[in-house]
Design a protein around this ligand. Structure first.
Ligand code: PAF
Length: 285
């Protein structure tokens, strides 16, 4: 596996791979890898001739009071994990190389970025789409792999790719969970043992919502209330949002139809965690 720090070096590798007719699979990350990232890399390995993973903690997608400075960074830990998962090129650019002095170009998807995480983190998705568009321009992937835990991010990227006719297939991959159900996230590293325990309320409340929907509940408000009530029982948890939306436009719904997403953002102590449940009920009662 090659570790590449500079844009120019990456360009050389990509142009060589293209000359050789290799398909390129791309896994963008902010590092501090976990099984979720590695599952994306393994999937990319199985489907492409060259697998590129990026590790870049993107300052543009963090708000002023967010955890940009504290975000865990450890390349000596991440590199062997990426290599074992089949990554050929680990691209770890510096901020000055990605956003040189005078940088002035941004990519913004409207509407679906105004709700959920976009509402509580203004500017976040503009940072995400800008860096992902830049990375797509550099890596020129045939396929790019994103986890469904960040469901809104996935929809936003799909919309950007569609609207800008980017020649890349977006491959959504399932959320990977710890044995006790906690969705894997680099931010789980912030949790104290007591907070780690409290964080289980996210998955627990989603499983409760799933049961209720499977049992025939179609009133979205009742699902919102049940989920919120369960989260409020956990003293360390503070709700940012509980959304029951249509899963595509991410608009809140009143009646649950064929498709539904229940999405949560919850603060556990100082750590903001997200999780979601997506159900396709086509044909179910
Ligand atoms: O999901 C992430 O880790 C980041 O938002 C991404 C897609 C790598 C862009 O910085």
């Amino acid at each position: 596996m090659q570790i590449v720090h500079y844009v120019e070096e990456l360009r050389g590798i990509i142009s060589e791979a293209k000359k050789q007719g290799k398909s390129i699979g791309f896994v963008p990350t902010m590092g501090y890898l976990h099984e979720g990232h590695l599952s994306l890399a393994r999937r990319a390995r199985g489907e492409n001739g060259l697998v590129v993973m990026s590790i870049f903690v993107n300052p543009l997608q963090f708000g002023v009071n967010e955890d940009y400075e504290d975000y865990p960074r450890d390349l000596s830990r991440d590199a062997p994990m990426a290599e074992a998962a089949g990554v050929d090129v680990l691209f770890c650019p510096g901020v000055a190389d990605m956003y040189p002095r005078g940088y002035a170009t941004f990519v913004e998807v409207e509407e679906i970025t105004a709700v959920l995480c976009g509402a509580s983190r203004p500017g976040h998705f503009r940072g995400v789409t800008t860096v992902v568009a830049k990375l797509f321009g550099l890596v020129q992937p045939d396929r790019a792999y994103f986890g469904q835990k960040d469901a809104q991010q996935l929809r936003v990227i799909e919309k950007m790719v569609e609207d800008l006719n980017m020649p890349v297939e977006i491959v959504p991959c399932p959320t990977v969970r710890e044995l006790d159900g906690l969705a894997m996230s680099s931010r789980n590293a912030y949790l104290s043992p007591r907070e780690r325990e409290a964080a289980l309320v996210l998955n627990r409340s989603l499983r409760r919502a799933e049961e209720a929907i499977r049992a025939g509940e179609r009133d979205a408000n009742r699902i919102r209330e049940q989920v919120a009530a369960m989260i409020r029982e956990e003293p360390l948890a503070e709700i940012d949002y509980v959304s029951v939306n249509d899963g595509v436009t991410l608009r809140e719904i009143e009646r649950i139809g064929d498709r539904v997403m229940v999405a949560l953002a919850v603060r556990i102590g100082m750590t903001r965690l997200i999780d979601n449940l997506q159900m396709n009920l086509g044909g179910e009662g």
